[in-house]
Structure formats: structure tokens, C-alpha cells
Design a binder for this molecule. Structure first.
Ligand SMILES: *[C@@H]1O[C@H](CO)[C@@H](O)[C@H](O)[C@H]1NC(C)=O
Ligand SMILES: *[C@@H]1O[C@H](CO)[C@@H](O)[C@H](O)[C@H]1NC(C)=O
Ligand SMILES: *[C@@H]1O[C@H](CO)[C@@H](O)[C@H](O)[C@H]1NC(C)=O
Ligand SMILES: *[C@@H]1O[C@H](CO)[C@@H](O)[C@H](O)[C@H]1NC(C)=O
Ligand SMILES: *[C@@H]1O[C@H](CO)[C@@H](O)[C@H](O)[C@H]1NC(C)=O
Ligand SMILES: *[C@@H]1O[C@H](CO)[C@@H](O)[C@H](O)[C@H]1NC(C)=O
Ligand SMILES: *[C@@H]1O[C@H](CO)[C@@H](O)[C@H](O)[C@H]1NC(C)=O
Ligand SMILES: *[C@@H]1O[C@H](CO)[C@@H](O)[C@H](O)[C@H]1NC(C)=O
Ligand SMILES: *[C@@H]1O[C@H](CO)[C@@H](O)[C@H](O)[C@H]1NC(C)=O
Ligand SMILES: *[C@@H]1O[C@H](CO)[C@@H](O)[C@H](O)[C@H]1NC(C)=O
Ligand SMILES: *[C@@H]1O[C@H](CO)[C@@H](O)[C@H](O)[C@H]1NC(C)=O
Ligand SMILES: CC(=O)N[C@H]1CO[C@H](CO)[C@@H](O)[C@@H]1O
Length: 657
């Protein structure tokens, strides 16, 4: 029965790798043959009830890394040594032999640098600019290991986190077998952003035929989940819609799960950084502020939060299982397939759910049944809750280690866009002391100013949170106010925060720089700024032609590399990236900081200066000559649809992300 349904749902998925839709048990056995994120949900988008494994899933306390992550990270850290040695040597720090330094310390893994990378939210702007940054860090990108460039930093990293649009980027790379930005950009089946998300993919490709067909599939997939007894929210529809742009499989791969990333060969061999997606908890009717909402993460092994409110994790694979007090209610029945990859990506970006509401008002060719289905959903939730993702049953029901978790008393765990607490860069998982990250490359594509550029607001929020009880022992470098960011140009070029590890305040009383876990990472802030195009596309833009998409990817590349180290006055940038990576390691090994690195820190570290006067409007000019946008690669012109939607949701979205 189960598998008949599954065949029906996936019948057209002929081009899914190796074709097979597999049971969980078989999935494990066939791993060696299946090397990409697996379409391993037996009933496609509909979650399935299965026998629990012999050790039933349970909630664990968030007082350590999971066993699986601990073991995985050891292998990952080891696998980063060679790429890091190669990278740091190539950066050519004057009068310093980085290769020798790595060799001298390679038998003491904890002495070596531990790198994290974070991609902020900001819709398609964040996805596309972030793609440029990611490709600059990826040694697989053509020419990225030439002199002055940063290819290999991705291969040297242990962790990579994405939030909302930034997680569309990270998710799209990982769910498609850790593919490259270049491949996604050039593949006619994915990243076709010239097609309005509300209209769906163009005919012909592996995605679908026409708008009505697109919506019929989305409707059927979500209806399958509802018919199986699960609540649906707008996020379910939204997650299906974005999947058609992000996942390289028919109908956006309804059977692909987030936990299946852990089953791919590249992940199992720890050949890639550990991917993490972020969402915030928000009870219906509650208003979110960064100091009262819990930050949840989804990694390939686990989902949960480090915050003291709930302070627990469950296996991502068994989301949807009915749990009470941290244990399975009916000890033999577990749910799998709830952690659909598009649903997780939709959860992190749930603010965009509101776009789906436009369907009711537009003249689109939408099946009536979908309209009424969305209508009934909204009646159930109320308009204030349009943007939630419903995790029902709540895996943390009754789980209450601290005695005051609101998530403990609700049958449903309601999550929203990870940027709604204004921490628009997913730093929370990377500043957890147990992860021991030394340096975070934080790419900020937020639209903080009215002109859609970042102004450091996200760092300010994360700093404030680290100072409050909900920060639960996290530490973060001092961060200036947002006016200072603009007045000093800290949002217009890369800036380091927390260079001096001994000068940090945190919510933890006993903070001490000699204690590894107590030292916060050095933050390498990489804000979106114009080099070869105005990369400040509004968050509400629902379609981007290929010429502009490619120009923004190029711009992100220049942002990350500072024009490949050619910008006058910043030619030392590649060296300084290497110095930032090595900084905490120098502290731990008691190594004298090379003069070239001292010069770097003098130039790129925020030195504590403030200028909090109102900077007025912020409109930076491109640093290099701009690319032609009107011709070439591009196809479709803007349709009227985008305009309709923008008008309606603009006020909410534009100022937030
Ligand atoms: C996944 O990527 C690896 C590395 O590029 C490649 O060897 C493998 O064939 C790919 N697997 C699939 C199913 O495409
Ligand atoms: C560490 O990585 C190297 C390859 O870089 C490999 O040969 C070695 O077996 C690994 N060691 C451990 C303990 O995993
Ligand atoms: C490294 O920098 C030195 C000057 O500090 C220069 O002479 C040398 O050519 C550089 N090496 C590479 C590989 O760029
Ligand atoms: C890589 O460099 C070669 C030689 O300079 C050039 O011809 C090619 O266009 C470059 N490719 C990219 C993607 O920049
Ligand atoms: C999409 O899948 C096809 C078929 O497996 C593959 O040839 C192509 O390289 C994939 N595209 C990307 C961007 O990974
Ligand atoms: C952890 O790894 C074990 C052994 O590979 C596996 O059985 C288990 O499902 C994993 N747990 C999670 C949460 O992925
Ligand atoms: C979960 O279990 C509880 C306790 O047995 C039960 O009341 C509830 O209806 C169950 N929820 C679901 C979604 O099955
Ligand atoms: C502070 O910033 C304002 C606005 O950018 C500028 O006019 C002023 O000169 C700055 N003050 C100092 C002391 O640099
Ligand atoms: C930087 O390098 C990339 C990749 O080689 C290239 O596409 C780009 O044009 C270069 N930019 C500058 C300013 O040299
Ligand atoms: C600590 O850092 C802050 C902000 O960077 C700066 O204002 C202060 O002077 C520093 N204190 C010391 C003792 O270095
Ligand atoms: C692509 O989009 C940009 C930004 O909206 C616009 O300026 C340009 O004219 C468009 N190009 C084409 C070929 O449609
Ligand atoms: C370091 C720290 O303060 N950790 C606390 C986080 O929250 C849990 C739950 O309240 C506490 O048990 C930890 O001590």
C-alpha cells in the first residue's frame, strides 16, 4: 500500500538519480551507489509511519555535540588540513611559512584553525550575491586559485550555515550532491530566476509544464501530507514552490529529505563542511524579538536549539514522530519523510509565505481547489500566523528541562523565518562554544538601509543576544552601532571584529581567553557592496533575468576577493584573510604574530572607534566599471505579476531582511 502510493507520487520522477525510491532500511544499504541527497521519503512529500529503529529516537540535552557530529567533525578537521595548508601557503603571508606552521601543528588537531562560513537572508538577492561569495571560496571554481583569489577556503571550512535566502544557496548546493555555483547557474533545470516563482518553471525542462500544472502538483503534494493526518501551513506550499528552482529533480524532488544529506557519500566522507539551516520559534500571536525567541537549527543529523528555553535536539530524520517528555509516545511507531528538504528551506524563509497569498488575488491560472485549500488554511490559522511553519506533532512536547519552555506545552511547534529576530546572519550555531569555531566568514546581504544595503544591524543583534540570559554562555565580539558602521565604512568593505581575544564580554561570568571554549570566534564581516553592478536588488523582487543574476554572482565574487586583491590600498587582502584564519590558532600555540598579520589587523580590525552621528542616506558607488545589463544572456522581461506581489508584501519584507 505504502509503496503503491509512493510509485504514484514519484511515477514521473524518471530522472531522479538511480530512479529508486527506497525504504529507510534499504537506503542505508544502497548508500554506496547513491551519492547525492536521496529521494528517500517512501511516499514522496507525504510523511510515512515506519517501525522505530531498535534505539528509538529521543530528545537529548543540548549540553554537548551529538555523538555523530563529534565523530564527523574529527574526520572533517583532519580532512581540512591539506586544503588549509595549500590555501594558507598560497596566500603568501610575508616572512611567514604557513605550510611549516601547519606541519608543526598537524598532530595536534585542536591547535589548528576551525573555520565557519555564514550566509545571511535577503531573498534572491542573498542567494545570488552569496553564490558569488561561495564560488570565490570554492577551489572548484575556474581560476579561483589564481594569485590574489580565495579558492580553497570552502574546502578548508568545517561548518557552513545558511538562513532564509542564504539557506536556499546552501540547501541547493547540498541537496544537489554538493554541486557548484557554476553548475547551478548554467543548468537549465534550476536557478532559473527569470521565471517568477508564482508562475512556476517554464515548459519543457525537467520541472513542469504550465502554471496550472505547477500548482496542481504543489496542491497534490501538500494535500497528500494533509490526508495522512498532518497539519499543513503556507510554508508547505512555499517550500514546494522554491524547490522547483532549487532542487534538480522533477517537481522539485518531493521525496528529498534534509536528513538524507547525511547519507550522501561526500558528507559521509566528511569531504564538505557541515551544513546548518536556521529558523526561529514563535508561538501563534506572539511578537518576535531577538531576546525572546529561540533559534532552532536543522543539521543533517539533528534539529533543535541550544537556547536555555528548550535546550534539546532530536534526530532530523524522525521529525513528525509523536513524542512526549522526550520519548516516542507509541514506542514502536516513528515518522520519516517529514523533514522534506524544500520544507526545511521554506521554514527558514517562511516570511515569503505571504507571496502565496497573492494567488487569491491574481489572475493566475490556479486550480480552484488550491485556492479554496489555501483559504481554509488561513481561516484555521488566522492572518497573523500566515508566516509560520507548523511542526506538529511538536517533538519537544513535555520536554522541559528548565521548567519554563513554552515549546513544552504546545502540541505544535511553530517556526518562522530565521531572520525575523533581526539576526539575519546565521551566527548562532557557529558561536556555540561546543563547536569551537575560530573564525566566521559572515556574508551579509541584508537590506538594512532604505537603499537595500547592510549596515551591521544583524551583528548588533547577535552581540546583544550574547549579553542576555538567552545567549546561554555564547560570547561575541563587541560591535558598534549601525551609524558607526556606515560612518566608518565598516559596511562597505570587509571588517574584522574580535581581533583581540582577551577583550571580550559575554553572558558567561568566567570568560577567559585561555579557555578555548570561552573565546568567541573572530568575525570576518563581508558586507554586500557594489563592484561591478548594483547588487542591492530589493528583497521583494521575484524574478531576476540571467544577465543580472550573473552580474550579481560576479559582484559577490569581487566582494569576497576585493577584486581579486587588486583594489588599490587593499592588495594585502588575501594575506589578511589567511591572518584572520590563523589568529586564534596563533593565540593557542603561543606563536608570535607575523608583522604582515599585525599590519592586517591594524588595517581591517574595528579598533573601537565610534561615530554615531546620523549618516544620512547611504548610496555607495561601484568600485569597478559596471557590467552591461541590457543585453546578452537574459530572456524574459518582467511580468506584471511581480509588481502585484511586490506592492502587497513590500512593506513587510523590504525593511526586515
Ligand atoms: C556526486 O558528486 C561526486 C563528486 O563530484 C561524483 O563523484 C558523484 O558521481 C556524484 N553523484 C551523483 C549521483 O551525481
Ligand atoms: C587524515 O586525513 C588523511 C588525508 O588527508 C588520511 O590519510 C588520514 O587517514 C586521516 N586520519 C584520520 C585519523 O582520519
Ligand atoms: C610571495 O610574496 C613575495 C613578497 O613578499 C614575492 O616575492 C613572491 O613572489 C610571492 N609568491 C607568490 C607565489 O606569489
Ligand atoms: C580563466 O582564466 C583564463 C586565462 O586568463 C581565461 O581565458 C578564462 O576566461 C578565465 N575563466 C573565468 C571563468 O574567469
Ligand atoms: C542535475 O542533474 C543532472 C542529471 O542527473 C546532472 O547531469 C546535472 O549535472 C545536475 N545539475 C547540477 C547543477 O548539479
Ligand atoms: C548517528 O549515526 C548512527 C550510526 O551511523 C546512525 O545509526 C544514527 O541514525 C545517526 N543518528 C542521527 C541522528 O543521524
Ligand atoms: C500524540 O500522542 C498523544 C498522547 O498519546 C495523543 O494525545 C495525540 O493525539 C498524539 N498526536 C498525534 C498527532 O498523533
Ligand atoms: C562622523 O560621521 C559624520 C557623517 O558621516 C561625518 O560628517 C563626521 O565628519 C564624522 N566625524 C568624525 C569625527 O570623523
Ligand atoms: C577576478 O577573478 C575572477 C575569476 O577569475 C574573474 O572572473 C574576475 O573578472 C576577476 N576580477 C577582477 C577585478 O580582476
Ligand atoms: C576593548 O574593545 C573595545 C571595543 O573594541 C575598545 O573600545 C576597548 O578600548 C578595548 N579595551 C582594551 C582594554 O583593549
Ligand atoms: C535585466 O534586469 C536588470 C535589472 O532589473 C535590467 O536593468 C536589465 O535591463 C535587464 N536586462 C534584460 C536583458 O532584460
Ligand atoms: C553555559 C550555560 O550557561 N549553559 C546553560 C544553558 O541552559 C541550560 C538550560 O537552562 C543550562 O543547564 C546550562 O547550564
Amino acid at each position: 500500500m505504502k509503496f503503491t502510493t509512493c510509485a504514484a507520487v514519484l511515477g514521473s520522477a524518471a530522472n531522479i538519480a538511480q530512479g529508486a525510491v527506497v525504504s529507510p532500511e534499504v537506503a542505508h544499504d544502497t548508500l554506496t551507489n547513491l551519492r547525492r541527497a536521496l529521494p528517500n521519503s517512501p511516499k514522496g512529500y507525504t510523511p510515512s509511519e515506519v517501525d522505530c529503529p531498535s534505539t528509538a529516537p529521543s530528545v537529548r540535552l543540548a549540553d554537548s555535540l551529538s555523538q555523530n557530529e563529534t565523530e564527523w567533525v574529527q574526520r572533517r578537521r583532519n580532512n581540512t588540513i591539506e586544503p588549509m595548508r595549500e590555501f594558507l601557503s598560497r596566500m603568501n603571508i610575508s616572512n611567514f611559512d604557513a605550510g611549516q606552521y601547519i606541519d608543526d601543528n598537524r598532530n595536534n588537531a585542536s591547535a589548528l584553525p576551525n573555520i565557519g562560513i555564514a550566509f545571511s537572508g535577503g531573498g534572491w538577492r542573498a542567494l545570488i550575491n552569496g553564490a558569488g561569495v561561495l564560488s570565490a571560496f570554492d577551489s572548484r571554481t575556474e581560476n579561483s586559485t589564481n594569485s590574489g583569489q580565495l579558492g580553497g577556503l570552502l574546502q578548508s571550512a568545517t561548518y557552513i550555515a545558511g538562513l532564509s535566502g542564504g539557506n536556499w544557496l546552501v540547501g541547493s548546493i547540498y541537496v544537489n550532491n554538493f554541486t557548484t555555483v557554476t553548475a547551478l547557474r548554467d543548468d537549465p533545470s534550476v536557478w532559473q530566476f527569470e521565471n517568477n516563482i508564482l508562475e512556476g518553471p517554464p515548459s519543457g525542462g525537467i520541472q513542469l509544464f504550465n502554471t496550472a500544472g505547477y500548482y496542481t502538483d504543489i496542491y497534490n503534494e501538500v494535500q497528500g501530507k494533509r490526508d495522512a493526518g498532518f497539519d499543513a501551513s503556507l510554508t508547505d506550499y512555499w517550500g514546494r514552490a522554491i524547490s522547483s528552482q532549487l532542487i534538480n529533480a522533477t517537481e522539485g524532488g518531493p521525496a528529498y529529505t534534509w536528513s538524507s544529506i547525511a547519507l550522501t557519500e561526500g558528507f559521509q566522507n566528511a569531504e564538505q563542511p557541515f551544513p546548518i539551516s536556521i529558523a526561529d520559534a514563535r508561538a501563534p500571536g506572539q511578537k518576535i524579538v531577538s531576546l525572546n525567541s529561540s533559534v532552532y537549527e536543522f543539521n543533517p543529523f539533528e534539529m533543535g536549539t541550544w537556547d536555555p528555553t528548550t535546550y534539546g535536539f532530536i534526530p532530523t530524520r524522525y521529525l513528525g514522530t509523536n513524542m512526549t517528555n522526550g520519548s516516542v509516545v507509541d514506542n514502536s511507531r516513528c515518522t520519516i519523510g517529514f523533514d522534506n528538504a524544500g520544507f526545511i528551506m521554506g521554514t527558514s524563509s517562511s516570511l515569503f509565505n505571504t507571496l502565496i497569498l497573492q494567488l487569491n488575488d491574481s489572475s493566475l491560472d490556479i486550480p480552484d481547489i488550491l485556492r479554496s485549500s489555501i483559504g481554509s488554511l488561513l481561516q484555521g490559522l488566522g492572518r497573523d500566523s500566515n508566516d509560520i511553519a507548523d511542526y506538529d506533532p511538536n517533538p519537544f512536547y513535555g520536554w522541559n528541562p528548565t521548567g519554563n519552555a513554552s515549546s513544552s506545552t504546545n502540541r505544535s511547534l511553530t517556526l518562522v523565518d530565521g531572520g525575523l529576530d533581526n539576526q539575519n546572519i546565521p551566527l548562532n550555531p557557529l558561536i556555540q562554544p561546543v563547536r569551537e569555531v575560530d573564525v566566521i566568514f559572515a556574508n551579509d546581504n541584508s537590506a538594512d538601509t532604505p537603499t537595500n544595503w547592510p549596515n551591521g544591524s544583524s551583528l548588533v543583534q547577535t552581540y546583544m543576544r550574547s549579553q542576555s540570559p538567552i545567549g546561554n554562555g555564547t560570547a561575541f565580539p563587541s560591535i558598534p552601532d549601525t551609524n558607526t558602521f556606515i560612518n566608518l565604512g565598516l559596511n562597505n568593505r570587509p571588517t574584522f571584529f574580535g581581533c583581540d581575544a582577551s577583550n571580550i564580554t559575554s553572558s558567561r561570568p568566567s570568560l577567559d581567553a585561555s579557555n578555548r571554549a570561552a573565546t568567541p570566534p573572530l568575525i570576518v564581516y563581508i558586507p554586500n557592496s557594489p563592484y561591478v553592478t548594483f547588487s542591492n536588488q530589493p528583497t521583494t523582487t521575484l524574478e531576476t533575468n540571467n544577465t543580472y543574476r550573473d552580474a550579481m554572482i560576479r559582484n559577490g565574487y569581487e566582494v569576497a576577493t576585493m577584486a581579486n586583491g587588486t583594489l588599490p590600498g587593499y592588495e594585502n587582502w588575501p594575506q589578511c584573510v589567511a591572518c584572520a584564519i590563523l589568529s586564534r590558532s596563533f593565540d593557542r600555540t603561543g606563536t608570535e604574530v607575523p608583522q604582515a598579520c599585525q599590519d592586517c589587523f591594524a588595517q581591517y580590525c574595528w579598533d573601537g572607534t565610534l561615530n554615531s552621528t546620523d549618516p544620512g542616506s547611504y548610496s555607495p558607488e561601484p568600485r569597478l566599471s559596471t557590467l552591461e545589463l541590457d543585453s546578452a544572456a537574459a530572456s524574459s522581461a518582467q511580468s506584471s505579476l511581480g509588481v502585484v506581489a511586490v506592492a502587497a508584501v513590500g512593506s513587510v519584507l523590504a525593511l526586515t531582511l
